[in-house]
Design a protein around this ligand. Structure first.
Ligand code: ATP
Ligand code: MG
Length: 313
């Protein structure tokens, strides 16, 4: 059955896309941790990976992610063969389903989507794929590759919410202008698209002055600074490396931080000449709290906006 554009967008009313054309600004880490924490808090969540690098699958512990494991096949089949979308990794955590990526299938999907962009309403391809299954979830979170225009257009044409992780340096802030333009463009076909929030990431210890600059830049590009999340994600390389290496999310890694007694024990073993694997840094606890803060803010914002919509005639 063909759904109208309004019906497609109604079905996708809990879809969040994580966007930034810049590489390495924690898009994937944001998608994984918000989805993981929301699932942990009791929500049913679907995570979707459109990046042939398959970092999202890696972050969730899929071994050999992206290397010919065919994780991207269900997504390719849903787009190019019209099959119903099924998660490649159902219940990868309790209440969390993953639609994964792999190099071959996801590259083929990107080629297919790029060709669709010249078809009438081609950019609604993702909305059509999502409409039958999105209503089964409380939240659908989409992770994009940094530079593929066609996938970004399809994601912005489907989603209700846009979440932008960004660093605070000058070139990142210039990149925000570009996203603001794409956002405005996408609203022609998807008038429901809203900016859920801008998330400042990789923030150093003393960032108050930087935050003010960012607020001003955002106000200039989006007309308001209100969408900035209060929570920021601190720069903490060691926990991030441990998390991706072990395929654990920030709040899962937290449980591997050794107690003081365990730390003393390790020091004694090392002093005695034993090979002791490096422990997970205690900063992991703080990083997990950062992600918990962002997730809570994101869920509250969605609840607030839905409450306002219910009151509108
Ligand atoms: N809090 C943090 N502090 C420092 N580094 C981090 C932090 N969180 C994640 N990282 C690391 O930053 C790198 C980039 O993160 P991520 O893959 O999420 O970015 P991305 O925007 O998805 O990149 P791409 O554009 O390649 O898709 C990864 O190696 C990740 O482990
Ligand atoms: Mg990524």
């Amino acid at each position: 059955m063909d759904l109208s554009v309004e019906q497609l967008h109604h079905a996708c009313r809990r879809v969040i896309v994580i966007v930034n054309g810049k590489g390495g600004v924690l898009k994937t880490t944001t998608a994984a941790n918000i989805a993981g924490q929301a699932a942990d808090a009791g929500h049913n969540v679907l995570l979707m990976d459109f990046d042939p690098q398959a970092n999202l699958s890696e972050d969730l512990g899929v071994t050999q992610a992206g290397t010919g494991d065919q994780a991207g096949a269900p997504l390719f089949d849903a787009f190019a063969r019209g099959k119903e979308l099924v998660p490649s990794h159902p219940q990868i955590r309790p209440r969390l389903d993953l639609v994964g990526a792999d190099k071959d299938n996801t590259e083929a999907l990107i080629t297919w989507l790029t060709a669709q962009m010249s078809e009438p309403r081609g950019e609604l391809a993702l909305a059509r794929v999502l409409a039958p299954i999105a209503p089964k979830y409380d939240l659908v979170v989409i992770d994009l590759p940094p530079v593929v225009k066609s996938v970004r257009r399809a994601a912005l044409a489907a989603a209700r919410y846009l979440l932008i992780p960004t660093q605070a340096d000058i070139s990142s802030l210039k990149g925000m202008r570009l996203i603001a333009e794409q956002f405005a463009q996408a609203r022609h076909i998807n008038p429901d698209l809203q900016l859920l929030g801008i998330l400042l990431v990789l923030v150093g210890e003393s960032a108050t002055a930087i935050r003010k600059d960012v607020r001003n830049a955002i106000a200039a590009d989006f007309g308001t600074a209100e969408p900035m999340f209060d929570t920021v994600i601190r720069h903490a390389l060691s926990p991030a490396e441990s998390a991706r290496k072990r395929g654990l999310l920030a709040h899962e890694l937290e449980t591997y931080v050794p107690s003081q007694a365990e730390t003393f024990q390790r020091l004694r073993q090392r002093a005695a000449g034993a090979q002791v694997e490096r422990a997970v840094s205690s900063t992991a606890v703080k990083v997990a709290a950062d992600w918990a803060g962002v997730t809570e803010e994101a869920l509250l914002r969605i609840a607030d906006r839905e409450a306002v919509e219910r009151m509108e005639p």
